[in-house]
Design a protein around this ligand. Structure first.
Ligand code: RET
Length: 292
């Protein structure tokens, strides 16, 4: 019995998965594949659309809000390209106690089966670069000060990096959830700023209506990401399929990134007078650029 199992075990561990294998796997696995490729396309198209919508805006503060929102799409292309190329994907063996600790992965293109499960960890890494721009545009729309914007962004980066740590920790099941708990506590700081501090600032800035809409969208979706991680293949494994877990994030992304940015940019283009900080906003000297 034991002997009969041996060759299979040897076979699994003997195969090392290369970046090329992961690239091919994503290419040939329709559920994971589409969850990635669709987002590259949408991010690219939205970037073109946003540039077009904002083509006549010349006010520097309004441009800052717009560039910040556009950066979310730009980072997204990078993020999903990292995943599509196999660069930011790994096969990880989840620790004992995890629902998927004995999971194996069969590579679509070669049919080879390896121990472990696919982690699309590049998502968490690149969220550390995209989500700050969501918060920057929200903070600017609310007319908030540098201290609050800085605090929100620092804790936001903390959420994503500790989320990355949660996803990649293979030494201990409990430690994965410890990282998750730290990440959630950082999320509470961001929520405090979104729900308590910035609404007050937005009242003064006369942007309450758009701010509250975007804030609600953000809070609901960010709770969605958090819960999705907990139930997905890297958390409790209630949703054990990598492709479905990945599509969940991709679907959230469609709203949290592109719809969000569209609403920010559409509002800004139409309300430059409210967003404007004057011609010399952000200038490093006293000189005001001449009109041309
Ligand atoms: C993780 C897991 C650890 C606990 C928490 C998380 C929250 C993630 C959030 C992600 C938002 C992503 C967005 C991406 C758009 O570019 C990392 C899932 C709290 C809030 C908006």
């Amino acid at each position: 019995m034991l002997l009969a199992q041996l060759p299979a075990a040897v076979e699994h561990t003997a195969i090392s998965v290369t970046q090329g294998d992961l690239f091919e796997h994503i290419l040939n696995e329709p559920v994971i594949g589409t969850s990635i490729y669709v987002n590259i396309a949408v991010a690219g198209l939205t970037l073109l659309l946003f540039a077009f919508l904002a083509r006549n805006v010349s006010d520097p503060r309004s441009q800052l809000v717009i560039v910040s929102a556009m950066t979310v799409s730009a980072v997204s292309i990078v993020s999903y390209s990292g995943l599509a190329s196999g660069l930011t994907i790994s096969i990880i063996e989840l620790p004992d106690g995890h629902a998927l600790d004995t999971a194996t992965t069969t590579l679509e293109h070669s049919g080879a089966t390896v121990d472990g499960t696919i982690s699309l960890w590049g998502r968490y890494l690149t969220w550390a670069f995209s989500t700050p721009f969501i918060l920057l545009s929200l903070g600017l729309l609310a007319g908030s000060n540098l201290t609050k914007i800085f605090t929100a962004i620092v804790f936001d980066v903390g959420i994503m990096i500790t989320g990355l740590a949660a996803a990649l920790t293979t030494s201990s099941y409990l430690f994965r959830w410890f990282w998750y708990a730290i990440s959630c506590s950082f999320l509470l700081v961001v929520f405090y700023i979104l729900l308590v501090e910035w609404p007050e600032d937005a009242k003064t800035a006369n942007t309450s209506e758009i701010f509250n809409l975007l804030r609600n969208l953000t809070v609901v979706l960010w709770i969605g990401y958090t819960v999705w991680w907990a139930v997905g293949n890297e958390g409790l494994g209630i949703i054990s399929d990598v492709g479905i877990t990945s599509w969940g994030y991709s679907a959230f992304d469609l709203v949290a990134k592109y719809l969000f940015s569209f609403l920010v940019i559409n509002y800004t283009v139409k309300n430059v007078d409210i967003i404007s900080g004057g011609e010399s906003y952000g200038a490093t000297g006293d000189a005001v650029p001449a009109d041309d």
